[in-house]
Write a protein that binds this ligand. Structure first.
Ligand SMILES: N[C@@H](CCC(=O)N[C@@H](CS)C(=O)NCC(=O)O)C(=O)O
Length: 216
């Protein structure tokens, strides 16, 4: 199988982490592309994914793009029932939190950490305080939901990590970055969960150098 991926991308990180979790990374032909240099503008990626976006995984009979369904497909194919339950209740919980992170939680977070960590890190300019403020209200609203959810459990679905943690927690390294301006002190259960996530072997293996530095 062939993976098109890039560094410092929460969407790519979550798929790479699942490949590690399932013991499939070693048999994956990994193409790590520099987006800023336009390395993803290539015909084989365009053929596999008309959006020309990463991550994209070529599995022979199917091209996988969009990180959340890609993770679920890989888990189902590997029969990883504990990590990605397929019973109706478990699958509902996974899909619910994945929808929620895309639409609400990580949507707000992405705007904040782009301004505070990624943009300056890539040399693309200083943070824009208006854009940070615009996203902060929504972030705090949904972080409060997550903080309550994690009050009595270590992971999104209970005592054990699942694919839902890799989805909701995908921005962990950027959030934990000292420059992130994400008010984690107000959401201590969220902060503890991010730190717990960074310690999971499959997740830790996917920290690129900038991500590892960010999580320190
Ligand atoms: N919803 C997609 C997002 C994919 C995406 O936007 N990937 C970014 C990297 S994080 C990308 O490839 N950007 C390059 C471009 O849009 O040209 C997913 O979850 O996989």
């Amino acid at each position: 199988m062939k993976l098109f991926t890039t560094d410092v991308s929460p969407n790519c990180r979550r798929v790479e982490a699942v490949l590690h979790q399932l013991g499939l990374y070693g048999e994956t032909d990994v193409h790590r592309l520099n987006l800023l240099a336009g390395e993803h503008q290539r015909d084989d990626l365009r053929a596999a994914n008309p959006n020309v976006k990463l991550p994209t995984l070529v599995l022979g009979d199917i091209n996988l793009w969009e990180s959340n369904p890609t993770m679920i497909y890989l888990c189902d194919r590997a029969g990883a029932e504990t990590f990605c339950p397929s019973d109706s209740r478990g699958r509902f919980e996974i899909l619910r939190w994945m929808s929620w992170e895309v639409q609400h939680y990580n949507r707000a977070l992405a705007d904040i950490v782009w301004e505070t960590v990624a943009k300056p890190g890539f040399g693309l300019g200083d943070p824009d305080p208006d854009k940070i403020e615009a996203a902060m209200g929504n972030y705090c609203r949904f972080a409060a939901v997550l903080n309550d959810h994690l009050a009595d459990q270590d992971y999104m679905l209970g005592a054990q990590p699942t694919v839902a943690d890799f989805a909701v927690g995908a921005y962990s390294a950027l959030v934990l970055h000292p420059q992130s301006q994400v008010p984690l002190a107000d959401f201590p259960n969220v902060k503890a969960w991010y730190v717990r996530l960074e310690d999971l072997p499959a997740w830790a293996k996917t920290a690129s150098a900038p991500q590892a530095a960010a999580a320190e």
